[in-house]
Design a protein around this ligand. Structure first.
Ligand code: BGC
Length: 719
């Protein structure tokens, strides 16, 4: 399709319509979407055979309405693990596979763009959407999200890399002004985006809601034109986040090609029709033909690749069985074993009492645009039964009935409303008679307690009981069970069905096993059972630090000032985000970045480091020295020499997940690190300072197994 020819035939009015979406489909008086439940569409130009294209969320699977009026047929999509759990796999192939499966569902349901991946940095554990995001580290984020993008786009549909940039909280997200140094931007908040844009060429980028150093991201020419296009070479189009910014003319001038979803005035009564505003600006000469043509060209260059443009006949029938396997596999590598005092895996003959309402209302993922509507979610109780664990059925059925009753008979297997502005109240956990715990501790060999949390779009979490801290009744439940079971020499395991860190340090001694099962998608109960029984050896590691307490976190200014209604948030901690802070300032976390146990042990040996042109080559050997097969995630951290620029203690520069190693089997790992990736950003340049660079190979950021050094000369790199 000849884009220039289309442009030459378009009227100005058609061009302006192409840069503004059709309005939020099916809401605020707008027409329903071509694909019900999709978040947006572009305007078609029928006389030139340019079709409408369809955009739908999101990071844990395609979010469309499962039901359509007057139709028996259902339109479910597979629910994959949340992005933080995908990141816990540290497995590039899995990210590709998940992306490919989601891309396939996108295509087979007639959608052209999947509004994912979301890769904002975990700046503060309370950001309500952290579950949609990958990690506190930009290299882990960027590397894995690149594979995800490649996977989705291998199906011939587009991705939207979001939210560009520094959108690290939900509080007042539509106008908060994020104040952050250029160094922290370049090294932390933009880095992941840079890696994905350069490696994987996403078809689109979504500009964020917030202001960045005084200017809305969607109206920020420095961000969208200078950095994204001129420096990084981005060739796709930029779309705004939904209803972002306050000036469509500025958006178009800054390089925000597509304004989404359009018809903002339907929602915000103080706003005008974007199309009218753009027409006026065009007539006044504020928007020139050159700018308008450039935006239209950029959009059309991508639209011509879409299934809609190519007239793809979608099936409405994705291969759910195959994608369920992908979802299971991703979850099985994302579970992180945090503590294990000889309790996991338990044997098939063990009699297990499961406590907590989360065994019934297992949370598959968060709410908001990162939600999905799968055919089913296997909760923990049912998953354990299905896998043949000898669960205390009376206890589980008691919980099932109780949850149904507490939800007024409206029992559903998980939280259901995607834009749940009224989050369903947390269920009480003091619903068991003491006698029941007594009996359960008599009859069973061990106890499992499920602790669940949900969070999502619009609201940040809070450092209060029932959220970051255990509620009083959760704490009492753990205390009572721990006492009764341990009295009888029996052990206690807690399953953390959560989307981000909670406080654990004050109660960790009460339990023998702790498994972070995250919000694992639709296969939840099955995967968790397989890990508990040892059918799967856990191989996930933390993509984000679990601090001992909230007061330890570096981002003290979160969510901004003034306190009652923040308008500005200053990133005072600068580049010291996550482990960069904890390690540099010697604040001991509970579980550090990169941490995760296995049912086996690994030995690291034979480190060799050499310079190879513009790269450093690091190689070493990993051996499984335990009794069962397993996978290890090796991490390479580099400590740069002390020079003119402040440096964090060390930073992740590479990682590798082994294949499934049998006992005694080993694998030689070899990684290349670019010299440019060892630099710091200073005065518009990337500077490699002269001196010894310590190369540390570890099983986590604080469990360094091998160390060597290499001397490097000073070198400067252009942006
Ligand atoms: C979210 C985006 C999402 C969009 C469309 C916005 O509220 O921030 O992540 O893609 O809605 O649903």
């Amino acid at each position: 399709m000849d884009v220039e020819k289309i442009i030459s035939q378009m009227t100005v009015e058609e061009k302006i319509k192409l840069v503004v979406g059709v309005g939020l489909p099916g809401m605020f008086g707008n027409e329903p979407s071509i694909v019900p439940g999709a978040a947006g569409e572009t305007h078609p130009i029928e006389r030139l055979n340019v079709p409408a294209t369809v955009h739908a969320d999101g990071p844990a699977g395609l979010r469309i309405n499962p039901e359509r009026p007057n139709e028996e047929k259902k339109y479910h999509a597979t629910a994959f693990p949340i992005a933080s759990m995908l990141a816990s796999t540290w497995n590039r192939e899995i990210l590709f596979e998940v992306g490919k499966a989601m891309g396939n569902e996108t295509k087979e349901y007639g959608v052209d763009f999947l509004l994912a991946p979301a890769i904002n940095i975990h700046r503060n554990p309370l950001c309500g959407r952290n579950f949609e995001y990958y990690s506190e580290d930009p290299v882990l984020t960027g590397e894995l999200a690149s594979c995800f993008v490649e996977g989705v786009q291998s199906e011939g549909v587009g991705t939207s890399l979001k939210h560009f940039a520094a959108n690290n909280q939900e509080t007042n997200r539509m106008f908060i002004d994020t104040i952050v140094s250029e160094r922290a931007l370049r090294e932390i908040y933009l880095k992941g985006f840079e890696i994905v844009v350069k490696n994987a060429k996403p078809w689109t980028v979504m500009s964020a809601y917030n202001k960045l150093n005084g200017k809305y991201c969607s109206q920020n020419k420095w961000l969208l034109t200078k950095v994204l296009r001129e420096e990084w070479g981005f060739e796709g189009f930029v779309m705004s986040d939904w209803f972002a910014g306050d000036n469509p003319v500025e958006q178009i001038k800054a390089g925000n090609d597509l304004i989404m979803p359009g018809k903002t005035y339907n929602v915000f009564k103080n706003r005008r029709d974007e199309i009218e505003e753009l027409k006026e600006a065009y007539e006044k000469g504020e928007i020139t033909d050159e700018i308008l043509n450039e935006r239209v060209r950029t959009i059309l260059n991508v639209l011509v690749k879409t299934p809609s443009f190519k007239g793809y006949k979608y099936s409405n029938n994705p291969d759910f069985e195959k994608h369920a396997e992908v979802s299971y596999k991703a979850a099985s590598e994302g579970i992180v074993l945090l503590k294990n005092e000889n309790v996991l895996p338990f044997t098939k003959v063990a009699k297990v009492a499961i406590f907590g309402t989360g065994q019934i209302e297992t949370v598959k993922g968060g709410f908001g645009s990162g939600d999905t509507h799968p055919r089913y979610t296997i909760n923990i109780f049912d998953g354990f039964k299905e896998k043949g664990v000898k669960v205390d059925e009376n206890l589980g059925e008691f919980y099932r009935e109780k949850v149904r009753e507490l939800r007024n008979g409206q029992y559903k297997p998980a939280y259901v409303n995607e834009f749940n502005l009224k989050i369903p109240p947390k269920l009480p956990e003091d619903i068991l008679a003491e006698k029941t715990i007594d009996e359960a501790s008599e009859k069973n060999d061990l106890a499992i307690i499920v602790i669940s949390r949900i969070s999502g779009e619009f609201v940040d979490r809070k450092a209060v009981k029932g959220d970051f801290y255990l509620s009083d009744d959760e704490r009492k439940l753990i205390e009572d069970i721990s006492r009764k079971f341990r009295e009888k020499g029996k052990k206690v395991i807690v399953l953390l069905n959560i989307g981000g860190p909670i406080e654990i340090a004050s109660w960790i001694d009460l339990v023998d096993g702790l498994l972070l099962v995250w919000q694992p998608g639709q296969e939840a109960g099955r995967v968790v059972a397989d890990v508990c029984m040892g059918n799967v050896n856990p191989s996930g590691k933390l993509p984000t630090t679990f601090p001992k307490d909230y007061k330890d976190i570096p981002s003290k200014s979160f969510p901004g000032a003034p306190k009652e209604n923040p308008t500005e948030v200053i990133y005072e901690e600068d580049i010291y985000v996550g482990y960069r802070y904890y390690d540099t300032f010697q604040v001991e976390p509970l579980f550090e970045f990169g941490y995760g146990l296995s049912y086996t042990n690994f030995e690291y040996k034979d480190l060799s480091i050499s310079k190879n042109g513009e790269n450093i080559e690091v190689s070493f050997e990993i051996k499984n020295i335990g009794k069962v097969e397993g996978k290890e995630i090796a991490q390479v951290y580099v400590k740069a020499p002390k020079g003119k620029i402040d440096k964090p203690y060390h930073e992740l520069k590479g990682f590798y997940k082994t294949k499934l190693l049998k006992p005694n089997e080993s694998e030689r790992v070899s990684l290349l690190i670019k010299l440019k990736d060892l630099t710091s950003f200073c005065k518009n340049k990337w500077i490699l300072e002269e001196g010894d660079y310590y190369i540390r190979v570890g099983a986590s950021s604080r469990d360094i197994r091998l160390e060597g050094k290499i001397y490097l000369e000073e070198k400067e790199f252009e942006i």
